[in-house]
Write a protein of this length. Structure first.
Length: 450
């Protein structure tokens, strides 16, 4: 795979230089960051050390766009990741195997008034509460006066050719998302964007593993680890985004309803209906040129085992790092270092949670910014806490109150350093038991873009 990606990059670069200058415009760019951080007590206790980690890693991205004419371009983005000292590109010698990625590679062309993006690309729906990731598929956008209407096809899973051991067509295992996401510019201050998405498969059991997918029993934050119990699945989402800008600040809003159903492979169980919703609102007010006050609130439903319908808001995804993604707190919600979150938090996959934030950003100079945030979070549906004998001690829903501080300074023009500190005053829904300890995180990051 590495050889294929290196060859693809080489071909793109060679092509860029051999094409006639008049026929091709070459656009280059990129991003680089190196960060070192330590996370401690993310399990909520200080004995097991299961999630404790101190690490340094590097990410490099190269962007190349071949602008062939005003209606046609080829967009490519490549990524290299390396954890310092590991055996996959971070050890002495640093050869790097398997740490190259093709993030994006798509043709962008316009047949007025319709624009087409075909290939591996990025999309965001519902401010990330529904989807925010790279994907293979297509975006076809009709552009009108003051509005756009994109149709999005996301190929979530390819079942393959032929049949499986049970003589089931592998085509049935395909999982696709289809979305319509028009945006209307009402004025310079307001954009309204309703959207709808349909996630479907004729046989959902073939997509393994799939996190944040339903079963009759829910895990700690209302989502289990597999769709293997289900045959045909039809899951739909309808929602609305609002984005407003004004002289003193900005505001945003998202609301999503999830419905649909999935048929059990075991026909005696019938089917499972989905009924969930999510709402979020946020904004910032500028106090002066030197700072602001900002905040947000969001709520996503959870599911009680006694409920007939599955009421946890969820979006099927391949693993915990793909698909739906909304970053919030440093410890509970991925933040700058985005490796994992504290115990029983939904992290960036917002479900079964109520959370709120109030913070401020202060910029005493052009090069320096200080950002202070306080987060409060609890589960929408609590979890059961058990003793060592398996007996239920209590039901808990309070995840905790988190304090985050991020200091950003421009060392030289174009090169930034972030200093991050975060501390979670953990609630009993994070952990309740012996050796209880509050999670904390300390780290720094250097980054540049070009």
């Amino acid at each position: 795979m590495k050889k294929i990606m290196v060859l693809a990059l080489a071909v793109a670069l060679v092509g860029a230089f051999v094409m006639p200058a008049a026929a091709l415009e070459n656009q280059f760019g990129g991003y680089w960051r190196t960060r070192g951080y330590t996370v401690q007590n993310f399990t909520g206790e200080d004995k097991s050390e299961k999630l404790d980690w101190s690490v340094v890693d590097t990410r490099t991205r190269f962007y190349y766009t071949a602008v062939i004419n005003e209606n046609l371009k080829l967009v490519n983005k490549f990524e290299i990741n390396s954890t310092w000292g590991d055996t996959n590109g971070g050890d002495i010698g640093a050869d790097g195997e398997g740490n190259w990625r093709i993030k994006n590679s798509y043709a962008d062309f316009t047949l007025a008034p319709v624009n087409f993006k075909i290939g591996m690309q990025y999309a965001i729906l519902g401010h990330g509460f529904l989807f925010a990731d790279d994907f293979a598929g297509a975006i076809i956008t009709f552009k009108g006066e003051g509005f756009t209407v994109p149709f999005i096809w996301i190929k979530a899973f390819e079942g393959g050719k032929g049949v499986d051991a049970n003589k089931i067509s592998n085509n049935d295992f395909d999982f696709d998302y289809y979305a319509l996401a028009p945006a209307f510019t009402v004025s310079e201050m307001l954009t309204i964007a309703p959207f709808a998405m349909w996630a479907m498969s004729e046989n959902a059991s073939g997509w393994k593993p799939t996190l944040h997918a339903p079963l009759t029993e829910t895990s700690t934050h209302g989502a289990s680890q597999s769709l293997t119990a289900f045959n045909e699945a039809n899951i739909y989402y309808v929602g609305l985004d609002l984005d407003a800008k004004f002289d003193m600040g900005k505001a945003w809003f998202t609301a999503i309803y999830q419905g649909g159903s999935a048929d059990y492979i075991d026909t005696k169980k019938g089917s499972l209906d989905f009924s969930a919703w999510l709402a979020a609102v946020g904004g910032a007010m500028n106090l002066s040129d030197m700072g602001d006050v900002h905040g947000q609130l969001f709520y996503a439903t959870g599911s009680d085992p006694a409920d007939e319908d599955f009421k946890s808001f969820f979006v099927p995804s391949q693993n915990q790092y793909t698909g739906q993604s909304y970053y919030w707190a440093e410890i509970m919600g991925f933040g700058v270092f985005d490796t994992y979150g504290s115990a029983n938090s939904p992290q960036d996959k917002i479900t079964n949670i109520m959370a709120g934030n109030l913070g401020t950003t202060y910029k005493p100079t052009k090069e320096l910014a200080l950002k202070l945030d306080v987060w409060y979070a609890k589960l929408a549906e609590g979890i059961k806490v058990y003793d060592s004998n398996g007996k239920v001690i209590s039901d808990e829903d309070y995840l905790g109150t988190e304090v985050d501080l991020v200091i950003t300074y421009e060392l030289v023009k174009g090169l930034k350093i972030d200093l991050v500190g975060a501390y979670l005053f953990a609630g009993d829904a994070t952990y309740k038991g012996d050796n209880q300890a509050n999670p904390y995180e300390i780290g720094t990051q250097l980054s540049l873009s070009f």
